[in-house]
Design a protein around this ligand. Structure first.
Ligand code: MF3
Ligand code: CO
Length: 259
């Protein structure tokens, strides 16, 4: 069942989304190549979320042991933070969920650590652009796979592999709700989008094959060919005219009351 959210539920998701966006931004800003460990980033992320009075959505979710997912290089998603030190040339997906008064928001952004090569920058740019191309199809009357097909076409046209086994999702009272939002599909297929739906759109794009493997820890997903993978995700609300990104911070440049 796809639930439509009430204004008060949307307010809570917007607050959760603000906290998610702030957490991702500050975690990324904390990284010193050759020095920062994944566990330090996880601890910082948890303290930011809890300091805002929210709950880390992923901690304990199906037994997940940490507060945020950190996936380095060939890791696609669900990397478990450990004492690995980030190095210049790495890429890091920072995936964060937060819950405010029973409602969740979820987002992910991929960051280059120090200088990365041109092909890696292209992977990040294409993956981010595929998210926004897909989001441009998010409006009432369109169907879920209008988003999916747009993402797939854009990523594949650029020579990259789109992960099939992991998909975006509805979100609200649970992190994962209906509908599934695949990153591949056919225009005109899938559930019809309606104002009041809240969904996560999250392309996972591989530099090489779309195929993936799960590591023995039961969580970490890596590319089958060990090439780099990138992942960008926003939680959005379908509005009467299109969509609104919930996982963002207020635009400070629009605040004219500050000194
Ligand atoms: N951000 C992930 C998603 O979109 C959720 C992580 S699940 C966890 O599905 F179990 F690792 F927390
Ligand atoms: Co998600």
């Amino acid at each position: 069942m796809i639930t439509l959210k009430s204004p008060s539920e949307i307010d809570r998701m917007r607050e959760a989304g603000r906290i998610v966006a702030k957490t991702i931004r500050l975690c990324a800003a904390s990284i010193v190549p050759g020095k920062t460990t994944l566990l330090e980033i996880d601890a910082l992320g948890r303290s930011i979320i809890e300091g805002e009075g929210a709950v880390p959505s992923f901690l304990g979710y199906r037994g997940y042991p940490n507060s945020i997912c950190l996936s380095v290089n060939e890791m696609v998603v669900h990397g478990i933070p450990d004492d690995r030190v980030l190095q210049e040339g790495d890429i890091l997906d920072i995936d964060v969920g937060a819950c405010v008064d029973g409602f969740h928001a979820d987002a992910c952004w991929t960051y280059p650590i120090g200088e990365v090569n041109a092909e890696t920058r292209r992977l990040l740019n294409v993956t981010r652009e595929s998210l926004f191309q897909g989001l441009a199809k998010a409006k009432p009357g369109n169907r879920v796979e209008d988003i999916s097909a747009t993402i797939q076409r854009y990523a594949e046209r650029n020579g990259y592999g789109i992960v099939r086994e992991l998909v975006g999702h509805g979100i609200g009272r649970s992190v994962h709700e209906e509908p599934s939002v695949p990153n591949y599909g056919k225009p005109g297929k899938g559930p019809v989008l309606q104002a009041g739906m809240t969904i996560c759109v999250e392309p996972m794009v591989n530099m090489g094959t779309h195929r993936i493997k799960e590591l023995a820890d039961g969580w970490t997903i890596v590319t089958a060919d060990s090439k780099y993978s990138a992942h960008y995700e926003h939680t959005i609300l379908i509005t009467p005219s299109g969509f609104d990104i919930l996982t963002k911070e207020p635009d400070r440049s629009e605040n004219h009351d500050l000194e």
